[in-house]
Design a protein around this ligand. Structure first.
Ligand SMILES: *Cc1c(COP(=O)(O)O)cnc(C)c1O
Length: 341
């Protein structure tokens, strides 16, 4: 086998079908062993739980080639754990996290020729998900489910380097207190599509959501957590029960404290305080960190001292250290890197 003939440097962030995907079905109260299949299509009842009542949860992680030529994934056990929590909240049967990691490994192995080479900036994006597959018309959980993992090669999130973005404070809410903001469910994205399209139409890259109850505290964007740096170099990240617990954010906080010797705070962040920060970034698997240069609150601009040309110095250090750990240039904490080959 040989690497696929793909122009890795030209890849965007779009779905491209690869050879194999992992499929396991839940029937009669249990998950089957699962198989790798070439069939990229799913045939389900028109009345399937996922189609009628959005009973589905997902994950997102990457496989990539390290500097010494290994193919690895980053902390897949945490994705497995989070998928368990997401499933439980939507009455979806839990797919055990140990089996999840095994299935991720199998799927990447089966598509190994699609893992981009080191240095291209491209990665193999892995999308595990579970959905209710049996018919449901009265409101209740489905009886049958499918767990599936597909992969798709994706380009570097930022072509030509990470330029700071501009975001706006949204007039809509992302997640209710005691709702589903803390789980990775498609339903949290469906209701954000209007806001993101509108933000783009108005010339903004993303929406900042505030807490739905008081509209005074920072939550997150549609798909990434916030990270702020104070003027004296402390890393601050908002705490709320309706924020999705980003694995990238949790890893960056560890790196800040244990690799860079920075002070870290995970606490409520009043929007009032945002104007006093020195740097701001968004974190998630796709981009690791996207620097934020400007936040617009109904015409009032907050411009961070780090400016609109490059990442602020602390965010840059965090970015370089975490990507260094992921790419094998810096020694990783125990258990962070799952070597596949
Ligand atoms: C997936 C996701 C993130 C980022 O999480 P990572 O584990 O770092 O990829 C942040 N916010 C939301 C709403 C998400 O769905």
């Amino acid at each position: 086998m040989a690497k696929k003939d793909i122009d890795w440097s030209k890849l965007g962030f779009a779905y491209q079908q690869t050879d194999k995907r992992f499929v396991s079905n839940f029937k009669d109260g249990k998950w089957d062993e699962g198989v790798l299949t070439e069939d990229a299509n799913i045939v389900i009842s028109e009345c399937a739980g996922v189609l009628q009542y959005a009973q589905t949860v997902f994950e997102g992680l990457k496989a990539y080639t390290t500097v010494d030529g290994h193919i690895v994934t980053f902390r897949p056990d945490l994705n497995g754990e989070r998928l368990e929590q997401s499933a439980a909240r939507l009455e979806i049967p839990v797919y055990p996290k140990e089996k999840f990691v095994e299935a991720v490994v199998k799927t990447v192995e089966a598509n190994i020729d699609y893992v981009p080479p080191y240095g291209t900036g491209a990665t193999l994006y892995i999308r595990p998900f579970i959905f209710g597959s049996s018919p449901v018309i009265g409101v209740k959980p489905a009886e049958e489910y499918q767990f599936r993992i597909f992969t798709t090669p994706v380009g570097p999130y930022f072509k030509g380097g990470a330029k700071p973005i501009t975001i706006r404070v949204s007039d809509y809410d992302r997640a209710a207190p005691h709702g589903t903001g803390h789980i990775k469910a498609g339903l949290n994205y469906a209701m954000s599509l209007y806001q993101i399209v509108d933000a783009h139409n108005q010339g903004f890259d993303e929406n900042m959501y505030l807490d739905a109850a008081t509209r005074t505290k920072v939550e997150e964007t549609g798909g990434a957590n916030f990270l702020f740096i104070t003027k004296d170099g402390t890393v601050v990240t908002p705490k709320s029960d309706s924020i999705l617990p980003s694995i990238t954010r949790r890893s960056l906080m560890y790196v800040a404290e244990h690799y860079l010797g920075l002070k870290v705070e995970h606490r409520e962040v009043p929007f009032e305080e945002v104007k006093d920060f020195a740097e701001c970034g968004l974190c998630g698997t796709a981009a690791v960190i996207s620097p934020v240069g400007k936040i617009v609150d109904h015409g009032k601009e907050i411009c961070f001292p780090s400016g609109m040309d490059e990442m602020g110095p602390v965010i840059k250090k965090l970015y370089d250290t975490l990507t260094g750990i992921q790419m094998g240039r810096i020694e990783a904490p125990e258990g962070w890197i799952k070597v596949i080959k």
